[in-house]
Design a protein around this ligand. Structure first.
Ligand code: ZN
Length: 155
């Protein structure tokens, strides 16, 4: 005999229409450093998710790579490279303490400066970016497979 259904607080979440989506994007940049415009792949993720309104998190899953938003303009990318080399020069490697079987201290620092992740609003099924905003994967110690996580929540 059913005398009633006890509702727990988490039942509210079970009945929620909030959806989630997870995808990994893999990259193998053939050089030590490189910037890859990943906006089309992120747009594809949003499309696959069927989420219309929500938030899109895009983060590098490696500590020598970044995800950032800026202009897709080659001169600016060159300027960023020059600026990063001034802040965290590749050479001399011997100037760093992180040389414990690795020689990539500069790459860790470049990642720190350029950031781990971005969050973009999803509005009406589209990435709600500004007119010149593009999403980039920033590689600072490439020549191997690395990945970016895309997590989308919304409805
Ligand atoms: Zn390292």
């Amino acid at each position: 005999m059913v005398v009633g259904i006890e509702r727990k607080p988490w039942d509210l979440f079970r009945k929620s229409i909030v959806k989630s989506y997870r995808q990994e994007l893999w990259f193998n940049v053939p050089t030590r450093k490189g910037f890859v415009n990943i906006t089309p792949q992120v747009m594809q993720c949003l499309k696959e998710s069927n989420i219309i309104e929500g938030l899109v998190l895009i983060n590098a899953m490696h500590i020598t790579a970044s995800v950032f938003i800026n202009d897709d303009e080659p001169g600016l990318h060159q300027d960023l490279n020059v600026w990063l080399e001034k802040l965290a020069p590749r050479e001399p490697v011997s100037s760093y303490c992180h040389n414990v079987g690795e020689d990539n201290a500069d790459a860790h620092m470049k990642r720190q400066i350029m950031g781990r992740e971005v969050v973009v609003a999803a509005t009406n099924g589209k990435l709600d970016l500004g007119p010149w905003e593009q999403i980039f994967y920033g590689e600072f110690d490439g020549r191997r497979e690395k990945r970016v996580l895309v997590k989308i929540i919304g409805e």
